[in-house]
Design a protein around this ligand. Structure first.
Ligand code: ADP
Ligand code: MG
Length: 249
């Protein structure tokens, strides 16, 4: 049993079958990549996992519980965090304040909204946020305005905002899209570093094969809304079905 179990998921948009009978099992503490050509249904699948879309049929189980019908914030509280394609940060706030905000929504009861007024909680939150910033090598930038960060640091900050919630599963939708090679390599290193420091499962949608083969333990290839192959990275490269559907495009 994986930490994430998707079974028989279908999703239509009018006449278009975006997802057709998707089965996916993501093992705990692994990096599972989902690849496939444009329009294959990758983002739609991810949106079904975080409660942004409701599948027409099928089941999505996370950590033994169904996520279907739950609101995105409830799924977040179950332990699923998502990194967006463009960093969603608060530009007017400092780096440290940005990392403190998600603490309020953390699964840890000590950081709920009603605790904001307590000085003790605020101090605890600040400590937690600072430790997180140290983890992503941004502690020295804690007083900077988030808007003034470089693109790479904004990505790093967003990652810290997700991780401070101690998610069990981190979902990443094309985290290196539009990045130059140097930034892409930094992101790969950052994700490897994060993975080595904590127990976390990652599900990564990615177009860049260099990123996929650098990080993934397992790869699922999606084509026209349906999983074509699921295998270890070394078996994906030479698979003729995959070459035809994706690598050769
Ligand atoms: P990918 O992320 O793999 O590029 P998507 O999941 O974004 O693919 O899209 C899968 C298919 O579903 C595409 O044909 C896309 O145009 C269509 N689609 C995605 N979202 C919607 C929507 N909200 N309404 C209608 N069609 C959509
Ligand atoms: Mg997409």
């Amino acid at each position: 049993m994986g930490i994430l179990e998707v079974k028989g998921v279908n999703k239509r948009f009018g006449g278009l079958q975006a997802l057709g009978d998707v089965n996916l099992s993501v093992a705990e503490n692994t990096v599972h990549a989902i690849i496939g050509p444009n329009g294959a249904g990758k983002s739609t699948l991810l949106n079904c996992l975080v409660g942004k879309l409701l599948p027409d049929t099928g089941s999505v189980m996370f950590d033994g519980q169904s996520v279907l019908g739950r609101k995105p914030y409830q799924i977040n509280q179950m332990g699923i965090s998502r990194v967006f394609q463009t960093p969603e940060i608060f530009g007017d706030l400092t780096v440290l304040e940005n990392v403190m905000i998600p603490c309020f929504a953390s699964r840890d009861g000590a950081f709920r909204m009603h605790a904001i007024e307590s000085v003790f909680s605020e101090k605890t939150m600040m400590d937690k946020a600072l430790t997180m910033l140290e983890d992503v090598n941004m502690a020295d930038k804690r007083h900077m305005h988030a808007a003034s960060l470089s693109r790479g640091d904004k990505r790093r900050l967003e990652m810290a905002m997700c991780l401070v919630q101690d998610p069990k599963l981190l979902l990443l939708d094309e985290p290196t899209a539009g990045m130059a090679r140097a930034d892409t390599n930094n992101t790969i290193e950052l994700l490897k570093e994060i993975k080595s420091k904590r127990d976390i499962t990652m599900c990564i949608i990615e177009h860049d094969m260099h990123v996929v083969f650098s990080l993934a333990d397992r790869i699922t290839v999606l084509a026209q809304g349906t999983p074509l192959v699921e295998d270890a990275p070394e078996n994906i490269k030479g698979n003729p079905k995959v070459r035809e559907a994706y690598l050769g495009e």
